[in-house]
Design a protein around this ligand. Sequence first.
Ligand code: M7G
Length: 292
Amino acid sequence: SASEFLLSGFETIAILRDSAREKNIFIHGKIADQETVVILEKTPIREESLPEIFKDSRLTLEMKNDIYSTYQLRPPPHLNEIKTTVVCPATEKHVKKYLRQETFLLEESGEDYLSITLPFIQSQSFSLQWVYNILEKKAEVERVVFEDPDPQLGFVLLPDFKWDQKQLDDLYLIAIVHRRDLRSLRDLTSEHLPLLGNIRTAGQEAIRKRYGVAADKLRVYLHYQPSYYHLHVHFTSLSYDAPGCGVERAHLLSDVIQNLEAQPRHYRARRLSFPVRADDGLLAKFREAGKA
Ligand code: M7G
């Protein structure tokens, strides 16, 4: 069927990163001569599946010592799934994004943004096609949780593709704005307060209605720098240590709103810090300009 996909033609080129703790692996390879990134991730164990696991699984003893014993448990196959993300054809930038690398913190003034960062992101950032597909109802249509169609204040709220929606512990949604002229936090001024307020209020309300998760259980933030330069806001479960939710990259929406209320051009003027990977072209540009 159209929703089935074969990985048997996948040829591995390199392991980009893996983590025993996160139980995932990022692989660069080829499918039919096309550059591809595949991400495999073991999914959390859900409380609802415990009765089935206890009833239908086979245990093999590994060791026993006094009151302690460890086993290998083989659950029924449908409870042993691996969440798989495929990027194909992948660009070199995708391969770099997932490669584990040393990072450096850059501090960017408003002027640095205009003279270094903006020209750089205009020349080489990820395609926004997936974003436009969502806004134009060409992809992920049935996944949309909430939409405000207003062209200026509106947005689409849907599950982030990092979340499989099977448990609330790692709840992760994104709100993507309808207007297409806002690249990132840097573009925001007090003029955009109605948009930001709408995303916060309507987004939280939609998540409460759909998932029963209250506003005080959500971490609502923007990334700077984002990977995709079309304004979007992350909504993650407060109890989930989401990738990229650290202070060096995440800006809480409520702080953003307060900063703009206090100073309309806060994000145009202020120095902003953010991490970059060792081989990020932006780091090279900052170094060329003697700013890093
Ligand atoms: P970001 O801050 O621009 O970059 O966030 P990051 O990926 O470095 O965090 C973009 C968000 O959009 C991320 O949380 C991605 O997981 C998510 N995302 C990316 N793509 C390509 C898709 C997609 O095709 N569908 C959905 N639903 N989410 C995506």
